[in-house]
Design a protein around this ligand. Sequence first.
Ligand SMILES: CSC[C@@H](O)[C@@H](O)C(=O)COP(=O)(O)O
Length: 352
Amino acid sequence: MSEALWSLKWEKGELVLLDQTKLPGNISYIHCRESREVGEAISRLSVRGAPAIGVAAAYGMVLAFKEIKKEGLSGPSLKDAFHRAARELAAARPTAVNLSWAVREMVHTFDTLPEEEALAGLIERAEAIEREDKALCSAMADHGADLFKGRKNLRILTHCNTGALATAGIGTAFGVIYRLYERGQIERVYADETRPLLQGARLTGTELMENGIPATLITDSMAGWVMKEKKIDAVIVGADRIAANGDAANKVGTYGLSVLCAYHHIPFYITAPFSTFDFSISSGDEISIEERNPEEVRQIRGIYTAPKDMPVFNPAFDVAPHTLITGIITEKGVLTPPYDVTIKNYERSLQL
Ligand SMILES: CSC[C@@H](O)[C@@H](O)C(=O)COP(=O)(O)O
């Protein structure tokens, strides 16, 4: 795996983020010293991808604690300020549940430690979340690649970016693709460009090329034709939130891919770790879908490609219905229908 690509690093008490809005043209880093800066970087998509957002937020809460301490607060006022910072950070983006999960973990760590041990405890918890994410990616990659045992010359289609830039490890869906490549089973990966912000072209394109994986870029609207003409063997994507019935929110365009896969009889796999599951919601109808600035659709990199006053609908995510999902690749194995049962069992296994 290319060492050149990473989404974030905790270094000398700062959170260093690779500014993904500037890729592929520019490699620049953002040094966050305050939790507010982490929240802004998340909203702006300088750091993005559900697991990476979670890890960034965990370090953001370390920064929040340091700021509050610097103001001289302690006792109940420290606790109030820390909880307020947690609410603010968790609100940076609404769909990826990894964000609120990581913030909740940090609040729990804070709430259970004496004040004088809080800073060390928070740093330790954030580092553990980052380490754990690496291990989760690796386990998902193994389970996902095992689905294709004995097969060669695989043609895989993927959407958005789910690799090292979206996680602390080798990625979710991208991790599976990378493992298949390591095992010599990939003929070609087709990457959707992923309008409007081009995470597929800019980020997955970079990761595929850096790692020497045979790859072809397509526009989102080509996916159906590519499935038919290029005989795609499977579509593998990530997720931002998975409901208890298996409905999975992911980058807008995923719903369409799930429908196209059903028509073409192509297996459609979601790849996600436990922190992407929202066991508290019964279906995708309860997932709040982020709507972003209309300018993201009217313009491409600052140039208007539509009339300036044209109304726009810009949901950042959509929901693939569980009925169209062949399997959900997790760190513990691949969940298959009936998802209400297998996800319940998976949830139980996490509590053991
Ligand atoms: C590892 S990633 C799964 C998802 O987070 C990914 O597919 C995705 O939709 C990212 O969206 P983004 O808006 O770039 O944060």
